[in-house]
Design a binder for this molecule. Sequence first.
Ligand SMILES: C[S@@+](CC[C@H](N)C(=O)[O-])C[C@H]1O[C@@H](n2cnc3c(N)ncnc32)[C@H](O)[C@@H]1O
Length: 293
Amino acid sequence: MVSLSPRRLVSAARRRVRPPAAEPVVPSAEPTPEQRRRERRRRLRAMSLTELAEEFGTDKWGVHRYTPHYQRHLEHLRRREFTLLEIGVGGYTRRKRSGASLKMWRWFFPRATIVGLDIEDKSFIDQGPIVTYRGDQTDPDVFRRIFEERGVPMVVVDDGSHVPAHVRETFAIVFPLLPDGAIYCIEDTQTSYWPAWGGQLDPRARGTSMDMVKDLVDGLNHEELLVEGYEPSYTDTHVRAVHCYHNLVVIEKGENREGTNRDASAGHFHGTSPDPAAPGGSDPSGATSGVTS
Ligand SMILES: C[S@@+](CC[C@H](N)C(=O)[O-])C[C@H]1O[C@@H](n2cnc3c(N)ncnc32)[C@H](O)[C@@H]1O
């Protein structure tokens, strides 16, 4: 028998009780490019419109506060197949920033065809469901071509020149071509009040974008008018709702013939407050009144 010195005995024991070998370190699996793309698509599809606006850098949120209004008015189309047309692609000479809102729409409406119209060539952003056309927003032919090739849109967004005369002309060309249920949006209506953009200092001046919108609002009540021989206009009978927000207007197309509330009493005042039609009746002080109780 071999006798070991105490020192050797200890080192022999150490050799025997070796700690178990560490688990081999598996390098954490890097996602493949395809997995990364899938994850990004999943993330984008789950975003609100405001989050998408921030993601792609459109001023529809931030500079403006349009996206929550759009989300409310357009949510019902989110999973539908339809065509959205936006006039004004943006980016000007900055290619990288071009088409920010088209990209936002593309992810909010994953089944829609997203069409951009711009006076500049923006074809470099055409990809997947995004397609652009070059043309002037006051040219009826370009809209006819788009509608033939891409389908008549359910949603139109005018974010083009913002010159009131153009805004009005575009609306006159495009709105009658849209189906019932369509939604027509006009952005940046503040130019109505800016002479440098073709607007007017007087907020009640005729010929601005907001002046056109106010006419549409009156048209909602066209069946109540007492104007002798009044002929309803196309928009009187085809605008179902007008929603006005700060610098943004959302117009719903649909039949507007609910029937009148007007009856024989419409011409005679039956209220208990001063008769507004009587001499001095509309005097806010109520000093004179033609009404006797
Ligand atoms: C405010 S930018 C659009 C921004 C974009 N919609 C967004 O939210 O990211 C306006 C665009 O309208 C285009 N535009 C200006 N005048 C136009 C016209 N008469 N017809 C069509 N597009 C026009 C400009 O070239 C510019 O790209």
